[in-house]
Design a binder for this molecule. Structure first.
Ligand code: DMJ
Length: 934
């Protein structure tokens, strides 16, 4: 890594124009490169081992790319479970996630520059020819502007950048004549109508053929977009302008960025998650570094690196200062409200924020990068992958994992910055987990649920664009790559843009920009690079010493809910405010506190209690603010509690040849029969029952005896089906949905309810599969006749034993187990089989609002019997006591706040009027956030 960039652009003396061709874009923006000789800490990894791992990455890429090309191309993506292409319109809609698919061979375009990084020049040459021959950018499809920009425009530009590099080298691509660039330009013009708003912020979607407003376009009525959606264009658009000389692209992207900057919340310097593209009002006022905002920050810093424009660095530093002041609570990064940045907006983090340590490396702020990365790694070690969201006490909040690359990206940057072989070991674990849990015969499948290990029929294009690049580069030496990676910058989709663009066609920069830049004083640069002075060059144990105290942070974590505690409570020796998780409706002291906060407690006839806050009745504005937070926490805890009352999903794993456990299907549980979470899995061959609906005595008992019976949904109660197959001697049952095309990808998990009577007589396990997952088993029977499956609460490792035909079936222990009684949860209202009039009606509890709500009041109901909501939380992930470290962390964060003279917000006494004015907005924003996310 070049050291030339070390220190450039740091501190308050912002350079006029950095000689970026000297800068290693990978990680050296503010860093001094680490020594490659490691003397202590994690053992160094030999060159052979690194080569072996690099080769493994190449083989994995071949498996993913080869299967896409063979079974899916020219479709946008591979469906690795059913081994075919995902063509939009031909599969059930998955909502927004499908907006990335424009019938333009997305995965091929997204993979172009990965082929060159992985030294597959011949394949690259073939791929470029295919793109030029087959890809049509004029389809009548509505696509996301953001996704099309980062994946397709970025993919074409990355491909072009490396095509001209190869051509110049004189060996490959000699025929190439900027054709990819011409396609990129064509696409750029197709995206421009999206910017036709008074604000200059783009519409979130566009029809590739008809643009925005035409009746045929079927889009253009949206009012909101996410901040990242509007703020992640500058790298691709500026590169397109500078490559082609057509200035309009860079101008439009700059205008959108200028507008976002103008709209930042001026007292906190934070931005919200979504913004109205016409008025510029913040629609969602929560703010973090993950979903919805992430790459806006990334592009400000990288735009400075690529374009050398000081204003981008100034903006980035201003935001970064705010992030470190409010959002960063090391090792956590927690969303806050833009107007009240000392208030946490939620108690969980999303997986997208895993890119942030990488960005911090690029900035040169290594310590928090190491801390957050270490925390994320421990979450990964616990669940094999990073769940889409996890709570502050590291429980799974959203269990999916679509093979996201962000953590690998940060690992790569941290390795480049520290040279610490620990990060190579981290990369090795990522490789192992991908092969062990996500690899299927036809590619790599996203995880539907990291807890069960079940799969989703999905392999996103970013997996090829990013994951393999970062993993390969992690283990590669300079000579393993056919060009100098440090001459390029990575876009958010890991596409490569050459740094020499900074000096090409630069006359367009700043033209038509609307923003006035305020003078920024030195305090804006507090977080800019000072850490380089205390970094590791002379201390090879630096990174390890930061990680060490965090090594048990996940395992030893205690539920903490919202961890930030307002400083003045401690300074004055007063008790910290009452947290929703601690609240006991029977504790007189708590009731007194509620009263002070303007919260009244209403006892409902059905035994529940309802909380209503009238801020105006609070004893002071501080108490009113505490009341607001208490109510928000209560709402969040209630919804979390509801979630946890759901039965978790189960897994059906096909273990016979040729699957050997590699295909794991998401299955819905039953509220009766053997509870697979409490007992050993059930393993057996499958057989279809006759009649297939299982609604009467089976006519083929000999076929299902000792096997797992397949039954179709419908025509009678689930429990009746279970009894019929049990009487015929089946050891388990799988009910397959009769709604053709239904899939766990698109429908919420289904729990099979009992029949309203006693179901203790049902001893066998019963699981539910949607039609698409069910047809994977039915197809397997057609093809291989004998199909053996494992029913469990979590997929088992595919160890070699599974591949052995001799493997004895797990004993079916259904006979000696009594069925578990399951209390119906509110979530079941929409999920139980609707087939019987006898079905018991289920209450939704707790309710989230009261008809008594008035303008200035919010309410939440909670069960009195259950007045401490945390008592119901699962504790399996908690190892008993809080570690000292945890307390230390909390104390540390409190002390840091105490001693930080900049943190004065919390001390301000806000007038009651202003609290009231913000009140409705907060509740609305919170409700919207909940709606969007749940
Ligand atoms: C990628 O498409 C990009 O990295 C984007 O910025 C957000 N995340 C996905 C992968 O997770």
């Amino acid at each position: 890594m070049s050291e030339a960039g070390g220190g450039r652009g740091c501190g308050s003396s912002v350079p006029q124009r950095a000689p970026w061709s000297l800068v290693a874009a990978t990680a050296a923006f503010c860093l001094v490169s680490a020594t490659s000789v490691w003397t202590a800490g994690a053992a160094p990894m030999s060159r052979e081992e690194r080569q072996k791992l690099g080769n493994q990455v190449l083989e994995m890429f071949d498996h993913a790319y080869g299967n896409y090309m063979e079974h899916a191309y020219p479709a946008d993506e591979l469906m690795p479970l059913t081994c075919r292409g995902r063509v939009r319109g031909q599969e059930p809609s998955r909502g927004d996630v499908d907006d990335a698919l424009g019938k333009f061979s997305l995965t091929l375009i997204d993979s172009l520059d990965t082929l060159v990084v992985l030294n597959k020049t011949k394949e690259f040459e073939d791929a470029v020819r295919k793109v030029l021959r087959d890809v049509n950018l004029d389809n009548d499809v509505v696509v996301s502007v953001f996704e099309t920009n980062i994946r397709v425009l970025g993919g074409l530009l990355g491909g072009h950048s490396l095509a001209i590099m190869l051509k110049e080298k004189g060996e490959h691509m000699q025929w190439y004549n900027d054709e990819l660039l011409q396609m990129a330009k064509q696409l750029g013009y197709k995206l421009l109508p999206a910017f036709n708003t008074t604000s200059g912020l783009p519409y979130p979607r566009i029809n590739l053929k008809f643009g925005i407003r035409k009746p045929e376009a079927r889009t253009g009525t949206e009012t909101d977009t996410c901040t990242a959606c509007a703020g992640t264009l500058i790298l691709e658009f500026a590169a397109l302008s500078r490559f082609t000389g057509a200035t309009i692209f860079e101008e439009y992207a700059r205008k959108a960025l200028d507008f976002l900057w103008e709209k930042r919340q001026r007292s906190s310097n934070l931005v919200g998650v979504t913004i109205n593209i016409h008025t510029g009002d913040w629609v969602r006022k929560d703010s973090g570094v993950g979903a919805g905002i992430d790459s806006y920050y990334e592009y400000l810093l990288k735009a400075y690196v690529l374009l050398g424009d000081d204003s981008f660095l100034e903006r980035f530093n201003t935001h970064y200062d705010a992030i470190m002041r409010y959002i960063s609570q090391p090792p956590l990064l927690l969303d806050v409200h833009i107007h009240k940045p000392m208030l946490n907006a939620r108690t969980w983090m999303d997986a997208l924020l895993a890119f942030f340590p990488g960005l911090q490396v690029l900035k040169g702020d290594i310590r928090p990068a190491i801390e957050t990365h270490e925390m994320l790694y421990q979450v990964i070690k616990k669940h094999n992958f990073l769940p889409e969201a996890f709570t502050t006490d590291f429980r799974v909040h959203w269990a999916q994992h679509p093979l996201r690359p962000e953590f690998a990206e940060s690992t790569y940057f941290l390795y480049k910055a520290t040279g610490d072989p620990y990060y190579l070991e981290v990369g090795k674990t990522l490789i192992e987990n991908l092969n062990k849990y996500a690899r299927v015969p036809c590619g790599f499948a996203a995880m539907k649920d990291v807890r069960t290990g079940s799969h989703e029929d999905r392999m996103d294009s970013f997996f090829l664009a990013e994951m393999f690049k970062y993993l390969y580069l992690l283990f590669a030496d300079k000579e393993d790559i056919i060009f100098d990676i440090e001459d390029y910058i990575f876009t958010t989709e890991a596409h490569l843009l050459p740094l020499w663009l900074s000096t090409t066609n630069q006359s367009i920069s700043k033209k038509n920009t609307t923003s006035e830049y305020t003078e920024l004083d030195d305090s804006n640069f507090d977080w800019t690079c000072p850490n380089t002075q205390i970094l590791f060059p002379n201390d090879p144990l630096y990174a390890q010493s930061i990680r060490e105290p965090l090594k048990n942070v996940v395992d030893k974590s205690c539920p903490r809910g919202i961890i930030r505690v307002r400083e003045e409570s401690f300074r004055s020796g007063a008790k910290p405010p009452l947290r929703a998780r601690d609240f006991m409706a029977t504790n007189p002291e708590h009731l007194e506190i509620l009263k002070k906060m303007g919260v009244s407690l209403i006892h409902l006839k059905d035994g529940r209690v309802q909380l209503v806050q009238h801020a105006i009745q609070a004893a002071s504005s501080i108490d009113a603010e505490d009341g607001l937070r208490f109510m928000q926490e209560m709402i969040e805890l209630s919804s979390q509690q509801q979630k946890e009352q759901q039965l978790p999903p189960r897994a059906v794993q096909i273990v016979s040849h040729p699957f050997f456990g590699r295909v794991v299907l998401t299955a819905g549980p039953a509220q009766f029969g053997l509870d697979l979470s409490k007992h050993k899995e059930t393993r057996g061959f499958v057989a279809s029952s006759k009649p297939y609906n299982g609604c009467s005595e089976l006519t083929n008992p000999e076929a299902v005896m000792g096997k797992i019976a397949l039954i179709q949904r419908g025509q009678c109660m689930f429990a009746e089906k279970a009894r019929n197959i049990q009487n015929a001697g089946a050891i388990g049952g799988i009910v397959i949905d009769d709604n053709e095309g239904s899939s766990s990808d698109t429908a919420p998990l289904f729990q099979m309810a009992g029949d309203g009577k006693d179901t203790d007589d049902i001893k066998i396990p019963m699981l539910f599969l949607f039609s698409k997952e069910g047809s994977i088993i039915l197809d397997a029977i057609r093809e291989y006749e004998e199909v053996e499956v494992l029913l469990s609460d979590k997929a088992k490792d595919r160890d070699p034993e599974m591949e052995s035909e001799e493997q004895p079936s797990s004993e079916n222990d259904s006979q000696d187990q009594s069925a578990e009684e399951i209390t119906p949860s509110s979530q079941e209202v929409g999920l139980v089989e609707q087939e019987s009039p006898e079905e018991s009606s289920l209450n939704s509890e707790p309710e989230s609002s009261s008809p008594a709500d008035t303008d200035n009041a919010a309410s939440v109901s909670a069960s009195e019997q259950n007045s401490n909501p945390m008592e119901n939380h699962e504790t399996t992930s908690l190892d008993g006591e809080c570690s000292d470290l945890d307390n230390q962390l909390q104390e540390q964060s409190e002390t840091e706040e105490d001693s930080n003279p900049n943190v004065s917000w919390g001390k301000k006494v806000q007038p009651i009027d202003s609290i009231l004015a913000d009140w409705n907005e907060d509740i609305e924003a919170f409700e919207m956030m909940e709606k969007d996310e749940l």
